[in-house]
Design a protein. Sequence first.
Length: 644
Amino acid sequence: MCGIAGFVDRDDQRPAEESLVRAMCAAIMHRGPDDEGVFCAPGVGLGMRRLSIIDLSGGHQPICNEDRSLWIVFNGEIYNFAELREGLEANGHTFSTNTDTEVIVHLYEEYGADCVDHLRGMFAFAIWDGRRRSLFLARDRVGKKPLFFTEADGRFFFASEIKALLAVPAVQRRVDPVALSDYLVYGYTYGDRTAFEGIHRLPAAHVLTWRGGTFTTRRYWHPDHSEAAECDAAEVLPRLIDALDEAVRIRLVSDVPLGLLLSGGIDSGLVLAMMSRHTSEAIKTFSIGFEEKEYDESEPARIVANAFGADHTERIVGEDELYAGLPRAVWNAEEPNQDYSFLPTFVVCQLARSKVTVALSGDGGDENFGGYYIYIRDDQYDPRALSLAKAPRILRAALGAAGTVLGAAGPSRAMGDRLSRLAQRASETPESRYLRKRSMFPDFEVAALFSPEMRARVGGHDPSRFLLDLLAETPRGEGVNQLLHTDLLSYLTYDVLVKVDRCAMATSLEVRCPLLDHKVIEYAARICSDLKVRDEVTKWILREAARKTLPPPIPDLPKKGFGIPLAEWMRGRMAPLIDNVVLSERAMARGYFRPDLIRTLRDQHLAGVHDQSVKLYMLLSLELWHRTYIDGPPACGDERLYDA
């Protein structure tokens, strides 16, 4: 596991400054505190920071092929590297290390850009081909490992984190207004666009080839949820358990201490059950709990840990610690992010890193097997809206108008709001309903919130197309699978996995996600929707697997998530930050938003009329990000960010 960085130059005779490569690497030292390596030649510089996991003594990077014409820097783990090596050696390739990194070099010699089709694992890597004078970048199928790039000063730069690109003096810090509108709708940026104008993301399952000053990208993998054919639970269950068991087993290879991030849910519980099949030693497990009992899963985590004789470590985290971690969370995220579970995720990764270097997790169960309540069909509509949808359009319009009138009249405002929402839902399509549930600010609210100048800068960009296009890739008749396909390629990739990677690597911890093994994803995509959500029970087939392995009551517990009491905090401890930060003169001078609408959100939340905590947190996150990354050199965890 590493952080990688480097550049190639249009001028193939221009010297590559080693000091520049090392400056980029220094910005991501947290990703690899154990070692540093640099390769420089005219027109190219490659660098890496290494977190030593496999072949501790021989895995120094960059690594080359036999004639030193290919050089690689690599971030990730390849779980099938041993069998790949056997095949390559049979074809005449010779190796000088025992690392998975060197296997990729020889795979590239053998298959070129198609080498990625043979890899099983998480990865982001760069290969410099000296003969062709080309650079090849690749990223794993679901985006566990990040990779960013930009162009400046005649060079093409790449890095594991944006921080490394910002260490380049020629790279400017500018906000992308279109990305900002995407962020407000979804809580994250997506595709190749980031919040930084001119800095791009290589999307998951993509490769990029640079040569002679130009580059092209290509998608090499896409999950297919359109033809689910595995519908017999009696046949699916043993196949699913075997798939999960194999995905866990191959992730236990490590030359350093290994453990598990254990929540109180079935996903990480199943991972622990599979881990226990393949080791006789007590597995180190790590959990955090919260003082607020409605958010605390420490007890069920303890039950699971005890059932398998784990060496369990837990901590109860209070409001003070999480609140103090907000500036650090902004630093870790690198982009504005609505996911306030960055705060507890960083804490549990810190806890795990105190005893292990590698930890497995249960991430991916919800997006593969239907774990969110949004997938429950009866939850998609208010039952009254279902009936109202059959009424004449003129009646629905009249109800909406009545809601508007009542909403403007003080004492009747709550009733008016309910009527307006009811009328809106009665007019929705399945696609618009899903879009509403996955949107933080609906796009029409974003347009209203923006100042006229910002609306002009955003132009005709339509953020809703992103999810609507993903939904269209799978037929509506596939039901839950259509939504899973969309969430896997959106929310999981651009929110969940960003959080896991940044929080873990900020503590120099490697996290492995067996439920996101691409073979598990491909098998899960073939399972019928009815086996994933049945009779309003989420993750039905996964719960059936859990009943065979986990103690009661774990298989039947409802999903809690990894949250914090944000609504209460936004009326208490964090409330002053709305005025002091979000509505500060400094923030308003940026000209992004209408302050009167932000005040309305604040007043509604403080009065208890509407829970606007997520929207307010998003605006707070955005301003803190702006102060951290745009206004000047990043200041990691600096509480002066709160100054008005």
